[in-house]
Design a binder for this molecule. Sequence first.
Ligand code: SAM
Ligand code: SF4
Length: 332
Amino acid sequence: MNTLKLMDGLNRHIDYLRLSVTDRCDFRCVYCMAPEMKFLPKHQLLSSEEIIRVVRLFVEMGIKKVRLTGGEPLIRQGVVKLCRQIAVLPGLNELTMTTNGSHLALWANELAGGGVKRINISLDSLCQNTFKVMTRVGNLQSVLAGINAARQAGFASIKLNSVILKGINDHEVLSLVDFAVDHGIDISFIEEMPIGRVGRSRQEDYYSSDEVFQQIIQRYRLIETVEQTGGPAKYLRILDYPLTRIGLISPHSHNFCSSCNRVRVTADGRLLLCLGHENSLDLCNLLRDSSVTDSQIQDAIRVALWRKPEKHELYTYDEEFRPVRFMSAVGG
Ligand code: SAM
Ligand code: SF4
């Protein structure tokens, strides 16, 4: 077993892996996907066995937290079994998932029982019409049912994720905070990132975390904290409402790359070193080559990590230089 800490070339300690289990999704969120999408053929997706092997190799190298994401992870067949198998890997502290919530009413109990400790649920609007505009096809009621099921299921924590777009759902910031407070759960507001060509201008509807903050302090008294959950969010507590924390994820206005502790594996098995760059290591080829051993794959991962970019630069590149892959393929 490898015992060295997993470090990148800039001395950042990498202990968090996000893995996309599928690039497919039952929603078509306007900031994430184009109206017409082509998805990977099934044989290009990592199999369950390949996913478990790759996660085990990372955990052996010191990864402590794994988040399963997508696409929509809950539409991958067998995902609950996959969770159970990953959750028991020796050395892993925490298995988490990010979901759009549409199938959560069905699976919440099994996920919580299967070792998923914390769950993030995307919720951009509480108005059916706006929800439809944001997701193009989503049904708000099924997501609300999913949130309720998650609350009953006993996860250690539940967090809502809301991407705020100017002129589309920025008027809902306070209602979303009210909802989180009423349900005693956390909420993070995420600035839109220009990842993938989604067929609309990102500049026009950019809405900053600072604007979100200004809205929230009209109603709530916020207390700054230094709390971290292993991610880039800045957390605020709300006076009188101890069960809800507010996260502000500001890739645009407050670059957080210097403390980046994560890498991603795409649904087709590419180790992506940074959300904002294309450089990657093709793990799928290594996993499918029977002559390649576990320790050779781990060595290749260590070497690749030395190429992890210093920062994402998503907002300094021209559109034509930005990553063309979609967020759904990367695993947000
Ligand atoms: N389908 C699941 C969901 O929506 O929660 C998991 C995958 S989704 C790609 C993960 C997270 O990325 C979601 O919270 C979503 O809102 C966020 N996201 C997607 N595209 C984004 C973008 N262009 N900028 C910022 N966040 C984005
Ligand atoms: Fe699907 Fe999540 Fe992307 Fe929305 S953000 S299209 S739910 S993968």
